[in-house]
Write a new protein. Structure first.
Length: 274
């Protein structure tokens, strides 16, 4: 186990499975304690199962196995009041916050959308407003502590170029992930004087439940009139493992990147330069 984040506390959204769980484990391996939240229920417009409470409990068990403390709560990032309450309770129990990883997101692309307007609204609400809520509930505490910190916003290759396709979900996904870059840049400027760094990470396809086993997304990807070949990687690898993204998150959270702020970090196997 490393110790580059010893004594620090990380607030992670969407932590029950997939990338969020991977980030929690990796930061815990580096010595951090974790405040973990996840919705743990379905969203009507999302055609694949979201995480459940058993998934979140598994994240807790995996972090505790590393001999790190973890505070976990079921909360929807769209509900700012509930998110604030969960954050405040976690901070009270663990003793502050040094790292924020705004990871929660949905990708409800499918070939035949039942309600184009509703799914667009839901994607923006989770992937953009949810990120805004996550930073907003944490930033005043980070400033008041006076010990700096690192905020990492998980965007996507769809935050660098338009790869979402023609559906309301796809357009919403690209718009939301581009919006995350705007949040990152604005917060980097606003928080720099407090030694709080803000950066975004832009993964290509990652082997998580949001992608693997998501038949609706697979059908959308297979439709050349929809998404076609726009998301193939340059390097000869189909999908990355969550740990590859967590490596970038851990670096941005650590002192090794102490002077890195306001940057878009692609972890995309070269997809965005194709």
């Amino acid at each position: 186990m490393g110790s580059t984040l010893e004594g620090r506390i990380a607030f992670i959204t969407g932590a029950a499975r997939g990338q969020g769980r991977s980030h929690a484990i990796r930061l815990a391996e580096e010595g951090a304690d974790i405040i973990a939240v996840d919705i743990c229920t379905s969203i009507e417009s999302v055609p694949y199962p979201l995480a459940d409470e058993e998934d979140l409990a598994e994240t807790v068990a995996l972090v505790e196995k590393l001999d790190r403390r973890i505070f976990a709560r079921v909360v929807d990032v769209r509900d700012k009041g509930a998110l604030q309450a969960a954050f405040d309770a976690g901070v009270a129990e663990l003793g502050g916050v040094d790292i924020v990883v705004a990871n929660a997101g949905i990708a409800p692309q499918q070939s035949n959308e039942p309600d184009r307007d509703q799914v667009f609204t839901d994607v923006i609400a989770v992937n953009l407003i949810g990120v805004w809520n996550t930073v907003e509930v944490a930033r005043e505490r980070m400033i008041a502590q006076g010990r700096g910190g690192s905020i990492v916003l998980i965007s996507s290759t769809a935050g660098i170029k338009a790869v979402g396709g023609s559906s309301g979900a796809g357009i919403g996904y690209t718009a939301s992930k581009h919006g995350v870059v705007g949040l990152m840049r604005q917060y980097a400027i606003l928080l720099g004087e407090h030694r709080i760094r803000v950066n975004s990470v832009h993964p290509t396809g990652v082997s998580t439940p949001m992608v693997v086993g998501n038949t609706a997304l697979a059908e959308a990807l297979a439709d050349p009139s929809n998404m076609g070949n726009s998301i193939s990687n340059l390097l000869p690898i189909e999908m990355l493992e969550p740990a590859e993204i967590s490596n970038a998150v851990a670096w941005l959270a650590s002192d090794e990147s102490r002077y890195v702020t306001g940057v878009m970090l692609p972890v995309d196997a070269g997809m965005t330069i194709k």
